[in-house]
Design a protein around this ligand. Structure first.
Ligand code: 0T9
Length: 404
């Protein structure tokens, strides 16, 4: 295809052959240079908050029903960034950098118009298989999203099918909560993730379509989001249909929304007084401001000065690899990548010899998440239990990155 440089056609074809005959961890496979992205997967959780005002609006909802709609609106509004932004900025979906164990990424969205500051913390909690854990918190609004992500990939009919493993829990502080009011201190929402199909591989210009169903469960409501691509219910790419229904035994009305997740959608049933429109992401979004964790930010015990990143912070760790990829200097990119990987292998050997293991900085794993178990039954989500990573609530003292 045209997107594949002539000199890389052979290696693209053999890459496709190897993914076709292989299922498991694609992230560790070597791909031809034209498809490499200079961005590590640890940066992806930032997509959850590129419209910080929609996240903050969840806290301002006046009823369970309003809040269920606010959560869904924020969720749907993240999908364009999550699944189409590499096509917009780099011309196609690209292969992200595969994070190392313990890799860290910190960021924030400043307070503006009373929405409160939102903070982001990401840690790579496993390398084999790759698992990324994250927290997004708006303390002023009493909102906290904690989740983790992994993927199981397979190949079918010329496409890569990606099953997302992991879930997120959104915790909302209840303003009215007091021992007298009897209402619980927080409301929790379980968020599950859609399946992806990566098409356009043959032509070297991959893009994502979402498929099947994802759920948001909590606060007395169940939202079911069905995804369809070209040739299905509306005939258009990136179509979805969402229903917001009272949880079993809970009071309330049903709402149904239809539209295109990368553009706009409308209520086709229910809706808020007189307004047919639901979401609209045609306007600009706000990229995360990267901050340095520095000394607190984990660099194996050493401390970095204010305004500087520790050795394990994404932008510092991958700086030279990313520079090589951006500038088309693939020789230095792959040399630097090799250096990082060798260092990792040496660390693992040293740990083995010493009988120690890598200590995570911000999370602790649990085999089954009680919040997931309690909420998943309300929508009959499978599996009935899942593991999770509990945030240790140890935000580092971050500082603006000095532009040295
Ligand atoms: C969580 C997101 C996820 C991560 C990426 C499948 C994928 C790695 C995981 C699921 C985010 O919230 C949303 C968006 C994009 C997903 C990536 C797209 C992608 O292609 C990669 C995989 C591992 C590959 O790199 C496949 C090979 C590549 C040549 C195809 C472009």
């Amino acid at each position: 295809g045209e997107a594949v440089p002539a000199s890389q056609r052979g290696s693209w074809t053999s890459f496709l052959k190897s993914i076709a005959s292989f299922s498991g961890d694609l992230s560790s496979m070597t791909a031809p240079p034209f498809i490499l992205s200079p961005v590590s997967l640890t940066e992806f959780p930032a997509y959850w908050c590129e419209r910080p005002e929609l996240f903050a609006a969840i806290a301002d909802a006046k009823s369970d029903e309003d809040r269920a709609l606010a959560v869904l609106k924020w969720f749907i509004s993240t999908l364009k960034g999550q699944y189409t932004s590499r096509n917009d900025t780099m011309g196609s979906e690209k292969k992200p950098l595969n994070p190392v164990l313990g890799e860290l990424f910190y960021g924030m969205w400043p307070d503006r118009d009373g929405r409160g500051q939102t903070d982001l913390l990401v840690e790579q909690v496993s390398h084999h298989p790759p698992i990324t854990a994250y927290v997004i918190e708006n303390k002023a609004k009493g909102l906290k999203l904690v989740g983790h992500n992994a993927q199981k990939t397979s190949f079918s009919g010329g496409s890569i099918i990606v099953k997302q493993i992991g879930h997120a829990i959104l915790t909302v502080k209840n303003p009215s909560a007091s021992s007298a009011s009897g209402s619980p201190p927080v409301t929790e929402y379980l968020i599950t993730l859609p399946r992806l199909r990566i098409d356009g591989l043959w032509y070297g210009s991959p893009y994502i379509e979402l498929c099947e169903t994802s759920y948001i469960v909590g606060g007395g409501y169940v939202s079911t989001v069905e995804y369809k691509g070209k040739g299905y219910f509306s005939g258009k790419s990136h179509s979805f249909k969402a229903s917001v229904t009272p949880a079993p035994g809970a009071p309330g009305r049903e709402h149904v929304i239809e539209g295109l997740w990368h553009a706009t959608s409308k209520f086709v049933k229910g809706g808020v007084s007189g307004r047919g429109d639901f979401h609209d992401v045609s306007g600009p979004k706000e990229e995360v401001t990267v901050v340095a964790g520095g000394g607190d930010g984990g660099d194996g015990g050493d401390t970095a000065p204010e305004g500087e990143m520790g050795e394990f912070e994404t932008r510092k760790l991958w700086r030279l690899v990313a520079k090589g990829i951006r500038e088309g200097d693939f020789e230095s990119a792959s040399r630097e990548k090799g250096r990082i990987e060798n260092e990792q292998r040496q660390r693992r050997r040293d740990e083995l010899a010493a009988g120690t293991s890598w200590a995570l900085k911000h999370f602790t794993p649990i085999a089954s998440d009680p919040v997931y178990e309690r909420l998943s039954v309300l929508a009959k989500i499978q599996p009935p239990t899942e593991d999770a990573y509990v945030f240790l609530d140890n935000w580092p003292k971050t500082s603006p990155v000095s532009s040295a």
